[in-house]
Design a protein around this ligand. Sequence first.
Ligand SMILES: Cc1cc2nc3c(=O)[nH]c(=O)nc-3n(C[C@H](O)[C@H](O)[C@H](O)COP(=O)(O)OP(=O)(O)OC[C@H]3O[C@@H](n4cnc5c(N)ncnc54)[C@H](O)[C@@H]3O)c2cc1C
Length: 479
Amino acid sequence: MTSSEEILRRDFGGDIIEPDAEAYAAARGSVFVDGSPAYVLRPNSVDDVRVAVRFAAAAGLPLSVRGGGHAFPGFATNDGGIVIDLGALAEIEIGGPVAGGPVVVGSAVGGSASGGLASGGTASGGSASGGGRLVRVGGGANWGQVTAALAPHGLAISAGDTRNVGVGGLTLSGGIGWKVRKYGLALDNVVAAEIVTADGQVRTASATENPDLFWAIRGGGGNFGIVTAFTFVAHRTTDVHFGRITFPATEAVEVLDGWAAYLREAPVELTSIIMLGNPFAGGPAAPVEVMVAYDGDDPAAAAAAIAPVRALGTVLSDQVERKAYADILVDAMTPPPGIQLVTRSAFVDPKAVSSALPVITDVASAPGTPYFAIRSVGGAVSQVADDATAYAYRQAELMLSTTTLGPAPAIEAAKPVLAAFWDRLDPHMAGAYANFLSTADEKDVAAVYPPATYERLASVKRRYDPENLFARNHNVRPQ
Ligand SMILES: Cc1cc2nc3c(=O)[nH]c(=O)nc-3n(C[C@H](O)[C@H](O)[C@H](O)COP(=O)(O)OP(=O)(O)OC[C@H]3O[C@@H](n4cnc5c(N)ncnc54)[C@H](O)[C@@H]3O)c2cc1C
């Protein structure tokens, strides 16, 4: 046994799961990729995370940090290395009220939160004042746990659409969910983070403490250390009006055009996703599905905001209803063994929308189409200054993702079609959204972080992780 391993076994208070342990089979893999790590370490405390990080640095083995385990490239596991699984660090603590007054939009961040839960923080995006509270969320929690803990208090955090997805991964690279146009990205609502860096130190990242690190972790993914707790601004939430409206595939061009034009001006309470080519509903012949989420319980205001969507074409079905916000999040399906999933994404800037949409509808009507999901962004996301955080595509109007799923041979067969489609689409696209990418090669990293963002991230990386310990992500190299 090496001395670093001896220290691990002496000082680590959580579970150490090795290949011969009964718990190993369930602990080894991530949601989309299987793995065979030498150690899965499950810290119970921040001190355990420090011990685990020091062990990983000394051992020189590949290191994966697992939040919710849902990253498409399988960042949350590896072969022969170490997994630090944060699942036990899921405490959720509701703190003081957020200072009244308008949120500081466009600056790095306002307020005075420094990792604690005293009142006074304000987030960089959205209008998160008016009865909001600071909430401290453990770095290994998932959105289902957060939403369930906040719902009885009438609170919510702008998050994703799925319960099992981790707070850590989603937030560190963005966070585009059902409240995004009103309250911004999940990361816009972070006022502080407690983070264990590669040297094993616990640091606070906020507007006033280590602001370079605070900038970098809001968009730079898991590159800079292990976030053991986030402090978010949660806002008051009521019921929402939510559901699916479908239109015939033959009306895709008009529906998509009209939808994009309307979302440019729609009230920020309305967030929407349009989906084409649903493989479970006929692929190219599948109805166009428009998901709407109106963030408010006033039926008249909701109906007025959704009316232009209903008028986009011939409505085949309309399932919009009033629901508790917590009930609109869904449980992710884990793909059955042997089923693979490939996803890719890009942003669409306002000027490129009119040229991008015809390519999308053309491809979606052809055999072998991937499943398209186009998310409306804009709203509060675009109100934050471009350089306030490391999230690089604030001015984009839409975020497009394609998903292809099936057994390995089918995925292989679909690859040329998918590549040809993306070749056509690329001239109209900007960058990529890290959270919807199945790959993490140099091209992907360059798409996620444009040059100025990358350079700034690399300088923060040099300071906090000069040996690139945290590399299982869209990796920013210190050199
Ligand atoms: C079913 C499904 C639905 C989704 N819905 C949405 C959505 O609505 N909106 C959206 O924006 N995205 C969505 N995503 C994408 C999602 O944001 C990414 O898959 C994200 O990476 C998942 O985070 P995780 O913590 O679950 O994953 P993990 O694989 O555990 O982590 C992802 C990355 O973050 C790092 N990381 C995680 N936690 C921490 C931490 N505490 N400290 C430091 N590093 C950490 C990991 O090391 C890894 O590099 C969805 C994904 C799936 C599979």
